[in-house]
Ligand binder design. Structure first.
Ligand code: EPZ
Length: 425
């Protein structure tokens, strides 16, 4: 198992560049299969999840070339409607093949990952959408199979603004006859990025970024070029690192409007921030004020920054309350942070985070963002922190060790022999 060794207490200075957004790249790579010709996608982050998805679509028959963060996908040779069950089980986003293959050839099959470490992850809203468009849904164990000789546009109300369901229904609806209306749709920037790409491919989509999205199905879409938006969660993670340990850290390639909820909270805590068109400059203040944080769908505070923010809150002058409303079980990092000296009381979906000094310890990354949080804690802690099971972190952070080391962190990856089994975002 690979581990990170981090020696805490080193100040951070310099510039760190944010990569393309994982959670935009995954649906956009999937959507490229809807084109009648090749697509060229730029700023695709080099991550395990991305490589797995590329391999899934290769095995379905598409040609995929991936180098230097650019991916060329030619779907013309794609001749399968089913994903490789083993690979699909490794990456949550393989379920985008359901929407894509339904639109492309009226038939789709994939396996779903089993239990996941941030809570129950149902896909009932995705299936409700597919059924409303006319698909027949068959579930056998963890295999989902969809068939629809023809898809017809419909009105679909999502009981919750699910990111994945909004994306999957949008993808399927591009191949449906007539108009599909998604009500209570998710508004995350990654959905807007996907819609922008689909639009240049020839799709007719209105209202994206609001809670009502209207898609008018088209006969055919064509391949296109597209650059993925910067990763707002990676940006937020480095900004929090700067708030913890920064003397003068510039986080560049940031779309500042995407991280307003984080910047607002950091401002309330007294963090020194300077925004410009390309990034955010950040330094750690002498004293951090406490703030309460509640995760919500966009444009609320992102759940994917909850764990990292909790680390910063351990350094505030008084106690703060963190409430997680998106995922039912996303406090696994709490126990690990307690091993490092944090004082946190969890009551249902709320955590009371009290001021504490962090000390290096051996801890385990239980999921992607929990892993990022433990790395941040390691940067601040006295002594050496060993973060185990870093396969999770590698799924979502391109070159995290190189990027933090370049800022002045003392951090090293130690290779082991046993690869952990990782179920993905
Ligand atoms: C996406 O997951 C992200 N993953 C997650 O990022 C992120 O935490 C999440 O959105 C929320 O922002 C990807 O984009 C690949 P949801 P997704 O459907 O689409 C419930 C990371 O760290 N729900 O918006 O799976 C669900 O149980 C990852 O990068 C249903 O009840 O999230 C959850 O409580 C982790 N039925 C809530 O909605 C459904 O059919 C939000 O889920 C679907 C979801």
């Amino acid at each position: 198992m690979r581990k990170f060794y981090i020696e805490g207490g080193h100040k951070l200075t310099g510039t760190v560049k944010v990569s393309g957004a994982k959670n935009a790249a995954l649906p956009i790579i999937s959507a490229s299969l809807l084109g009648s010709g090749p697509s060229l996608l730029e700023d695709i982050p080099d991550l395990k999840d991305v490589r797995n998805l590329a391999e899934i679509i290769r095995r379905m028959g598409a040609r995929v070339d991936y180098q230097d963060n650019t991916m060329e996908i030619d779907p013309r040779s794609l001749d399968q409607y089913a994903t490789d069950p083993e690979l699909a089980g490794k990456i949550r986003a393989s379920y985008y093949m359901l929407g894509v293959m339904l639109a492309r050839q009226g038939q789709a099959r994939t396996s779903l990952p089993g239990g996941c470490s941030i809570g129950n992850r149902p896909i009932d809203l995705h299936l409700k959408g597919f059924k409303a468009l006319g698909a027949e849904v068959n579930i056998n164990g963890n295999i989902v199979e969809l068939t629809a000789p023809e898809l017809t546009g419909n009105k679909i109300y999502l009981d919750y603004p699910s990111v994945g369901a909004t994306i999957n229904i949008m993808l399927a609806a591009t191949g449906a006859k007539g108009q599909t209306v998604i009500e209570n749709a998710a508004r995350e920037p990654e959905i807007v990025d996907l819609a922008n790409y689909l639009t240049v491919m020839g799709a007719k989509i209105k209202g994206v970024g609001t809670d009502v999205i209207k898609i008018t199905g088209q006969e055919a879409l064509h391949g296109e070029e597209h650059r993925i938006i910067p990763d707002r969660i990676e940006a937020g993670t480095y900004i929090i690192a700067g708030a913890l340990m920064g003397q003068d850290v510039y986080v560049k390639n940031v779309l500042v409007e995407h991280i307003k909820p984080l910047l607002a909270k950091l401002g309330e805590m007294g963090v020194e921030l300077e925004e410009d068109i390309a990034g955010v400059r950040v330094a750690a203040p002498e004293k951090l004020d406490s703030v309460d944080v509640k995760t919500l769908p966009y444009p609320g505070f992102p759940t994917d920054l909850q764990a990292q923010m909790m680390v910063l809150l351990t350094q505030a002058d008084t106690a703060s309350v963190v409430t997680e409303t998106v995922w039912e079980d996303r406090f696994k990092h709490v126990e690990e942070l307690e091993t490092m000296g944090a004082s946190i009381n969890v009551d249902d979906n709320s955590a009371l985070v009290k001021p504490a000094r962090l000390t290096g310890a051996e801890v385990e990354a239980t999921d992607l963002r929990a892993g990022a949080a433990l790395i941040l804690a390691g940067l601040k802690a006295n002594g050496v922190t060993v973060v185990e099971n870093i396969g999770h972190v590698e799924r979502g952070y391109e070159d995290i060790e190189e990027k933090l080391t370049a800022l002045g962190a003392e951090m090293e990856k130690v290779e082991g022999t046993i690869e952990s089994q990782v179920t993905t975002a």
